[in-house]
Design a protein around this ligand. Structure first.
Ligand code: ADP
Length: 568
């Protein structure tokens, strides 16, 4: 495809952007067309890239972010200026917070007018708006800088601690032309974008010494460990050391959840009782109670922390043995010395095994019940059993209770297959992550969604249908946020703030766009629908009717909700 300013002798900004991305093996763009980027999107498709068009930029950005997490290559999100950019910025900020590499590329208005605040179409100083929420923000002003600008964005997104990069492309840049020969020379293929970072020998020695003196060691795997694609090194460390491990939610499946050393079923026990904790790609943030307090028991812990980012160390509590480097190199170095560390004591392993057994049989009892209507447990038992037969399926999960229970009940067997609310604990990632995961892997996706969570990105089921993606959405419909039974205390005609339309049929939304809809009220119906939908590999939505009284306020986050925390 040629653009107005492109001739055999000349090339232009449009072509140079596409050439620069393709030169770095970036073949997919997630975005939403509009001024000034519509032609860029057309050209991307004409030049053999895949362009996946969304209904809202936030979801395009989330798709790009999860593609980045899955592949270690930055996912690309392309948006229009001002509002489109701001919609994408939510996803860019989320990607940065989660350490996912992505690049948000937005068209922008004329610099001269924006800088003098003269009131341009969609006028906004996007570069400065992006800066606080991204790992870096750059603007390219000259066509001959497109090659180096895109190389810089790629390297920044993936090297060191990965994150989101904003790239500002003023409208006039895209139509600038330069000689084709000069243009060709300006394209940069990034050499070794994710260089290994080898840990220092003394740091490894210190870490091994702390492990040698441990009585009750524990390994904690975070989503950084999943991202690092060091699966065999991590497995070797866990199995050669014999140390029990806990996966954070997006590290589930890095080792299969039924691995004998998994301490997931004794999570509270091991966090409280361990004396040495080896963190691999997991931050001691709110998801780990900041490494202190009741969760972590009475005795102070000794932490060993493997991370690529040195400033993560001592962020919440002192770290006895920091190991700075890439996870693959750090874990390999530990494996080389692990024979000198004696295996954990039978007392420690026995205590964990006892606790696991007790908790698992209690959970099995709860899961075996078949209340009518279904509750979270009976529905998730069914999903667990179906997904056990399809370990290749990607699982997206968000909601409050739907997230908490699904994380605990549904096992994962392969790495980088579970994508959820992440570091912010947010809702709204559902359909974006589903589309990103389906496009990136070519494998089925099952999205287990609270009805409230689904609402944030529900319109993207049109996108799922348009691209005929193998996505099955399961909406846990209990008529409201948390549950559907709250009442308006004034007796007025407005429903309570947490309540939705009763008995809504989300399955009909999927049917509206040509997908398959199911309405299920029992575990048996859910099993049939889910099995059929995954096998068909076509867009489907299962409206799973759940008891509207089921569900607790704020799910597991009652301690963060000022009113419920006060009642505790
Ligand atoms: P979780 O939420 O699962 O606990 P976090 O997102 O808090 O995980 O932590 C991920 C950590 O992994 C971040 O501190 C990040 O710097 C680190 N990280 C990401 N990629 C790598 C890598 N390749 N090597 C080392 N550390 C990494």
């Amino acid at each position: 495809m040629t653009t107005e300013n492109q001739t055999p002798e000349l090339t232009d900004g449009f072509h140079l952007v596409i050439d620069a991305l393709k030169a770095n093996d970036i073949n997919t763009i997630f975005g939403l067309v509009g001024i000034p980027i519509t032609d860029l999107c057309r050209l991307a498709q004409a030049e053999g890239m895949r362009f996946i068009g969304f209904r809202h930029e936030q979801h395009a950005g989330n798709a790009a972010a999860i593609a980045g997490f899955m592949t270690q290559k930055p996912g690309i999100c392309l948006t229009v200026s001002a509002p489109g950019f701001l919609n994408g910025l939510t996803a860019l900020a989320n990607a940065t917070v989660n350490c996912f590499p992505m690049i948000l590329i937005s068209g922008s208005s004329e610099r001269e007018i924006v800088d003098l605040a003269q009131g341009d179409y969609e006028e906004m100083d996007q570069l400065n708006a992006a800066k606080p929420y991204a790992k870096a923000a750059y603007r390219i002003n000259k066509a001959e800088d497109i090659g180096i600008g895109i190389a810089r964005a790629i390297r920044t997104a993936v090297s060191g601690r990965p994150g989101g990069v904003y790239l500002d492309l003023p409208a006039q840049l895209l139509s600038q032309s330069i000689s084709a020969a000069e243009g060709k020379k300006s394209i940069v293929r990034v050499v070794d974008p994710v260089p290994r970072q080898i840990p220092a020998n003394d740091a490894i020695e210190r870490a091994l010494n702390v492990l040698k003196n441990a009585k009750r060691p524990l390994i904690l795997l975070g989503k950084g460990a999943a991202y690092a694609q060091a699966d065999s090194e991590i497995r070797a460390l866990v199995e050669k050391s014999g140390i029990p491990y806990l996966p954070m939610s997006m590290a589930k499946g890095l080792l299969p959840d039924n691995h004998p050393q998994s301490a997931s079923a004794a999570r509270s026990f091991v966090l409280a009782e361990a004396d040495v904790v080896l963190l691999i790609g997991a931050r001691l943030n709110w998801l780990l109670a900041h490494g202190k307090g009741k969760t972590w028991g009475k005795e102070p812990k000794k932490f060993i922390q493997i991370d690529i980012s040195p400033t993560e160390v001592d962020s919440n509590v002192p770290i006895e043995a920091p190991v700075i480097g890439d996870i693959g190199s750090c874990v390999s170095a530990l494996v080389s010395g692990i024979a000198s560390v004696s295996k954990p004591s039978p007392e420690w392993l026995g205590a964990i095994a006892d606790k696991k057994e007790k908790n698992m049989s209690k959970m099995a009892e709860t899961l075996a019940k078949n209340p009518s209507p279904m509750n979270f447990h009976s529905a998730l038992r069914t999903i667990r059993d179906v997904l056990k037969t399809r370990p290749d399926v990607n699982l997206v999960n968000e909601g409050a209770n739907t997230l908490d229970f699904c994380r605990a009940i549904v096992d994962m067997y392969q790495p980088r297959k579970r994508f959820d609310s992440g570091t912010w604990g947010i809702m709204g990632i559902g359909m974006g992550y589903s589309i990103g995961a389906a496009v990136t892997s070519g494998l089925p996706v099952v999205a287990v969604e609270g009805d409230s969570a689904f609402g944030f990105s529900g319109m993207e089921i049109e996108t799922i249908c348009r691209y005929k993606l193998p996505v099955t959405v399961v909406v846990f419909n209990n008529n409201g946020v948390y549950r559907g039974t709250d009442v308006n205390p004034t007796g007025g005609s407005d429903v309570a703030p947490t309540v939705f339309v009763k008995n809504a049929r989300y399955d009909k939304m999927m049917e509206a766009f040509g997908g398959v809809g199911y309405n299920v009220t029992t575990p048996q119906e859910l099993e049939v629908a889910l099995t059929e939908a995954i096998a068909a590999g076509k867009p489907a939505l299962i409206n799973a009717v759940i008891d509207e009284t089921a569900g607790t306020e704020s799910g597991r986050l009652t301690n963060l909700n000022p009113s419920t925390a006060a009642k505790k």
